[in-house]
Design a protein around this ligand. Structure first.
Ligand code: HEC
Length: 103
């Protein structure tokens, strides 16, 4: 628990320092593959969570996708990511999924 708190504080501090506009694309790409991939499959073809490849998320727009990422889907294992990332980062991931760059 304490290490999580420290982690969040570091994130917060980085946010303030980074001014919130820049996203670290490499770090986010790793997060999508590792963290999202742990449920959605390493190649995002689906696992515990559904397929996240471009054709499968096409019914979302950027905002809708970012909303699901930030808020999760209550009552399902899909967790809210808002404690761990900014809206800009969720938007970046939404674009990344919609553009199919994860494939
Ligand atoms: C602990 C497992 C888990 C993790 C980690 C996880 N998800 Fe999910 N996700 C799920 C499950 C399960 C669902 C399906 C929920 C349902 O039944 O509607 C889901 C649903 C979704 C949906 C909606 C898909 C659709 O077709 O409606 C999106 C988008 C999504 N996740 C994106 C992500 C992203 C991006 C990440 C990483 C930042 C992530 N998820 C991490 C389990 C997870």
């Amino acid at each position: 628990m304490r290490s999580l708190l420290v982690f969040l504080l570091i994130l917060l501090a980085t946010d303030v320092a980074g001014g919130d506009v820049d996203v670290d694309a490499d770090a986010l790409e790793r997060l999508v593959r590792q963290d999202c991939g742990s449920c959605h499959g390493m190649t995002l073809k689906g696992g515990l969570g559904p397929d996240l490849r471009a054709e499968s998320v096409a019914h979302y727009d950027r905002e809708g996708l970012a909303f699901v990422i930030l808020n999760g889907i209550p009552g399902t294992p899909m967790p809210p990511w808002s404690p761990l990332m900014t809206e800009e980062e969720a938007g970046w991931i939404a674009d990344y999924l919609l553009e199919g760059e994860s494939e």
